[in-house]
Design a protein around this ligand. Structure first.
Ligand code: NIG
Ligand code: FE
Length: 408
């Protein structure tokens, strides 16, 4: 199957062999896709081959589809009541301590039927495609029992097979200590290590394991224990680190060679240096800082200057960040993390792909990669974060197939 996308005003893409922030730009070109893979770019005047299909880009701009490296899409009910409580002055941490937050979602998740959760999750997933995201990392973490964590990972697995968005599964059994283990937390950690992880590994339900390493949730020592156990099963580590308090999560991530450390609002200078040395990818989630009404944002510039290859993701979840919109993350990251469009393009395509071990398949527009592409109604790359809060995506193409199209 050969498809030609013609009349493209510009293509912008990171290039695998070039340094972080380098962008290749093409002007007035066509793009040839063969059997769902990117084949080549044709300049104006080149003879283009016969194809089975032509997609008229109408002078749109083409980027690689966004890769969102941190999401929690498998939940049952939304939590707008807690949102109102936060507006009225209660903090996210206070609500969590009082049994709301993640534990609230866990109670609801356990009581709900798998097929119903799958149905609402599928709807949420369509929104990712509509806003230009073609691959997500998807965490479990609202079950917190062996049975319910498996239920969550099965939903991710089934949805991955049944619809076009690619989902990369992460086991997050250590998202919180559930209600019934509040007085015996070490028993819960033992359950995660000795029962959940072996089952998840045996059924190959997760590529990654994550832990919410945070004051009042899991300590650095507990997190390290869980992530090391995961690694012994061949499941790589990602970690929620140094978000609300700086506890040394980034340092721990470097010590155990985690693939990513995420959030990092309160990361120490030492943590940044260690992540840079160990090649840990910081996954920054500025939408969460914004949505939790916090004043301090992750020190992205320091991390980039230290040599870290920074990713930016949505953290899509029902409590602390409710958007699937990566374009909005570009605007918040530009304004609050002081990241520039060229850095943001890397941070939302090739670097998150690398964090998922998919850098040879997706994340840039290079021959041989999957044709995961978005067409945008913008005049240039700087315009994307500038005109903020709206959806610029005209068309999303996943593996060479049109999976979302706006009338234009
Ligand atoms: O990344 N930090 C832990 N997990 C999510 C919040 C989940 C929730 O509030 O439901 C986060 O912010
Ligand atoms: Fe998260």
């Amino acid at each position: 199957m050969k498809i030609l996308i013609k009349n493209i005003s510009k293509i912008y893409t990171p290039v695998s062999s070039k340094p972080y922030g380098y962008i290749k730009e093409y002007n007035d070109v066509s793009l040839l896709i063969i059997n769902s893979k990117i084949e080549s770019v044709f300049q104006k005047g080149d003879t283009v081959p016969e194809t089975d299909e032509i997609i008229e880009a109408g002078k749109a701009i083409v980027l690689p589809g966004f890769v969102d490296a941190h999401t929690h899409p498998v939940f049952w009910k939304t939590r707008e009541d807690e949102f109102i409580m936060r507006i009225q002055g209660k903090s996210y941490e206070e609500i969590a301590r009082a049994g709301g937050g993640i534990r609230n979602s866990v109670r609801l998740f356990r009581a709900a039927d798998k097929q119903q959760i799958k149905k609402v999750t599928r709807k949420r997933i369509n929104k990712f495609l509509e806003y230009g995201t073609t691959t997500i990392e998807a965490k479990s973490g609202y079950g917190l029992s062996t049975e319910d964590e498996i239920k969550s990972l099965e939903i991710i697995d089934e949805l991955n097979r049944e619809q076009p968005l690619d989902l990369v599964p992460t086991f997050l059994g250590a998202h919180e200590v559930p209600d019934e283990y509040q007085d015996r937390r070490t028993e819960y950690i033992d359950l995660v290590v000795n029962e959940m992880l072996p089952k998840v590994a045996q059924r190959k339900l997760a590529k990654f394991c994550d832990v919410f390493c945070e004051e009042g949730v899991f300590t650095v020592e507990e997190s390290s224990k869980i992530l090391k156990a995961a690694k012994s099963f061949g499941i790589q580590a990602r970690v929620h680190a140094d978000e609300l308090k700086g506890t040394g999560g980034a340092e721990m991530a470097a010590d155990i060679s985690a693939v990513t450390a995420d959030h990092l609002v309160k990361v120490s200078d030492e943590g940044i240096r260690k992540m840079a040395d160990a090649g840990v990818i910081p996954v920054l989630l500025p939408g969460t800082t914004f949505f939790l009404m916090k004043d301090d944002y992750a020190p992205a510039r320091k991390m980039i200057e230290a040599g870290c290859r920074v990713a930016v993701s949505t953290d899509f979840n029902p409590g602390s960040s409710t958007t699937q919109n990566m374009q909005l993350m570009w605007s918040i990251a530009a304004l609050k993390l002081k990241m520039l469009p060229a850095e943001l393009l890397w941070a939302s395509t090739l670097i998150p792909a690398e964090s998922l071990g998919l850098q040879n398949e997706i994340g840039s527009i290079e021959p041989g990669k999957s044709a995961d592409l978005i067409l945008l109604d913008i005049p240039n790359l700087n315009y994307l974060p500038y005109h903020y809060g709206i959806n610029h995506v005209l068309m999303t193409i996943k593996n060479g197939r049109v999976v979302f199209k706006k009338n234009f």
